[in-house]
Design a protein around this ligand. Structure first.
Ligand SMILES: Cc1cc2nc3c(=O)[nH]c(=O)nc-3n(C[C@H](O)[C@H](O)[C@H](O)COP(=O)(O)OP(=O)(O)OC[C@H]3O[C@@H](n4cnc5c(N)ncnc54)[C@H](O)[C@@H]3O)c2cc1C
Length: 538
């Protein structure tokens, strides 16, 4: 048996494990990622890379690749409520093409439609661009032991059968919803549990929208006389690849038993020829782990939160997990992270997992208001017309809420964190639909477009940043000294622009490597060293 020594062993090469490998490599921390599959994605799940994840992509230097993914930049992304694709249109939520989206005040980035079949390889290439990242496909974690001062693991190369022993300082399980690592740690899941058994059917249908006479859009939700039952999404417009999702089934279907032609007939409103590509049956769950790790083993992504995809928060929340964990692992590896830094990962991210499952389950449950009472919805009658006129706006308002989530994407705050210095201000309202920019400690440090065309977000990443707002702000030298004496990487930047001063609310704002505010004030704290020790988890 071979033997390998590495600071961090990552198990699972889905988007979350790949993002962690990339983040660690970017921070100069060597890691080994093992993935039992070969990286091929046959039936992609994720399609929406949200604004916060795009901000991380910007930091990592891969945003252009995501923007230039094969999803056409000029393709409208409207969400449309229909009785069927060929039937009546009841409501439309405009979601312009990427090329047509103007920058919003809250971010230099915008939500990007980019199927997992393109996004995962971008993350993989990003990870592999760091020499310290060793990525092995067709390699499985067989067992592990936390020995107190490290983790010993056994991995197997599934092609050759060769076994290897890995000694790592830390293990991170990004091994998905059925995480054997979480299981072995004995960490339970809590939440509403199973919400349904959707079916995914992938098919090719060139010019589908033209043939049914519908204006361009990306996501079509179908409500017929039996209620809201499916959505039909274009995954890859260039290759005319679509996905029909049947929202629920009896849980007993198999790929062979599904009557695909009947379902496509119902979705289009008439018999329709398509080329079938694949199908998958999955379980919609709403669960979060009670703990995000134990000892030297951490968990991230679907291993700790399984969300209804309504709201597109699954992977995006997982990437938020590893951005939080990544700088902390790096700080400890580089010797400046304190003894309590890594345990703050659970305290910061677990409440965000709870927030994500609660909101996405809520979005899913709103579909339940549209299950019955629609016998006339497809009728060419006064009753049918009246029903459609009434239901359309209701659908847009209620079910459409899952497309209005900027507050959810950007407005999360590490309220319970032991490594944030609270300033006694009341919590900012957590409104899923609206984002309120603030530097209240624990929040994402806000974006302000600067005169030179850059964003304040461009300051953040490698180390701590002390932002001085205005030329007359205190020089912050005591904070810089405190950082230096503890080996904490910190740089001071001065922003002398009125909009930044207004948005940043204080004269001094200390921002962590993940871009969250650690401390703020109008004067240097009396004990800058104590403050520095707190924010580095000492
Ligand atoms: C229909 C649908 C649509 C979605 N849309 C979105 C969306 O638009 N936006 C969004 O953010 N999220 C979305 N999601 C959720 C998103 O797909 C998941 O949250 C995301 O894929 C989870 O990534 P992960 O890396 O944590 O886990 P996974 O993708 O499940 O990866 C885990 C990996 O671990 C590997 N593994 C497991 N055990 C071992 C072992 N012992 N050794 C080696 N490897 C192992 C597995 O092979 C697997 O590749 C959607 C989900 C669904 C079902």
């Amino acid at each position: 048996m071979g033997m390998q020594n590495v600071p961090v062993l990552i198990v699972g090469g889905g988007p979350v494990g790949l993002a962690l490998a990339g983040e660690l490599g970017w921070r100069g921390v060597p890691c080994l990622l093992v993935e039992q599959g070969d990286g091929t994605i046959v039936t992609p799940k994720m399609n929406e890379v949200n604004v916060r994840t795009m901000e991380f992509c910007r930091r990592w230097g891969i945003a252009d690749r995501v923007h230039n993914c094969p999803f056409p930049r000029d393709h409208a992304r409207d969400a449309v409520f229909v009785t069927s694709l060929g039937g009546y249109e009841l409501g439309r939520i405009p979601r312009p093409a990427v090329a047509g989206v103007k920058p919003e005040p809250w971010s230099p980035m915008r939500l990007q439609t980019c199927s997992q079949m393109w996004f995962d390889p971008i993350l993989r290439d990003f990870a592999l661009s760091s020499p310290g990242v060793d990525l092995r496909y067709r390699t499985r974690l067989e067992s592990f032991e936390d020995t107190g001062d490290g983790v010993t693991a056994e991995i197997v190369d599934l092609e050759s059968g060769r076994r290897e022993r890995v000694e790592a300082a830390y293990l991170v399980g990004c091994d998905g919803a059925t995480s054997a690592i979480r299981e072995k740690l004995g960490i339970g899941l809590k939440g509403q549990g199973v919400l349904g058994h959707p079916l995914h059917l992938f098919f090719r249908a060139p010019d589908l929208l033209k043939r049914v006479g519908k204006a361009e859009g990306t996501f079509f939700l179908a409500i017929d006389r039996d209620g809201l039952w499916a959505n039909i999404r274009i995954v890859d417009p260039v290759n005319a690849m679509w996905r029909l999702m049947v929202l629920d089934s009896d849980g007993r279907q198999t790929p062979e038993s599904i009557d695909k032609d009947a379902l496509i007939r119902r979705a289009v409103g008439r018999p329709f020829e398509v080329e079938w590509v694949g199908c998958s049956i999955w379980t919609r769950r709403s669960l979060v782990a009670e703990q995000y790790g134990k000892g030297r083993v951490f968990l991230a992504g679907d291993a700790v939160h399984q969300l209804s995809p309504t709201g597109a928060l699954g992977m995006n929340t997982g990437i938020g997990d590893v951005v939080d964990l990544g700088w902390k692992l790096a700080a400890v590896a580089q010797g400046w992270g304190g003894a309590k830094l890594l345990s703050s990962y659970d305290r910061e991210r677990q409440p965000i997992g709870v927030r994500a499952i609660d909101n996405t389950a809520g979005f899913h449950l709103s579909h339940g208001n549209f299950h019955s009472g629609f016998a006339a919805i497809e009728d060419d009658s006064d009753e049918g017309r009246a029903l459609r006129a009434y239901v359309g706006p209701q659908l847009v308002r209620q079910v459409g809420a899952m497309f209005r989530t900027i507050g959810l994407q950007l407005g999360y705050c590490y309220e319970e964190s032991p490594i944030i210095v609270p300033d006694g201000t009341p919590p900012t309202p957590d409104d899923p639909e609206n984002f309120i920019a603030t530097t209240r400690p624990g929040s994402r440090a806000p974006h302000v477009a600067l005169k030179d065309g850059s964003s304040t977000l461009d300051f953040y990443g490698p180390g701590f940043v002390l932002v001085r707002l205005g030329a007359d702000a205190p020089d912050g030298a005591a904070i810089a000294e405190a950082a230096k004496s503890r080996g904490v990487p910190l740089r001071t930047v001065t922003v002398d622009e009125p909009e930044a001063a207004a948005t940043y609310e204080r004269k001094l704002v200390l921002v962590r490597p993940d871009g969250h505010v650690a401390w703020r004030g109008d004067a240097v704290p009396a004990d800058a060293l104590a403050m520095m020790d707190r924010v580095r988890g000492a």
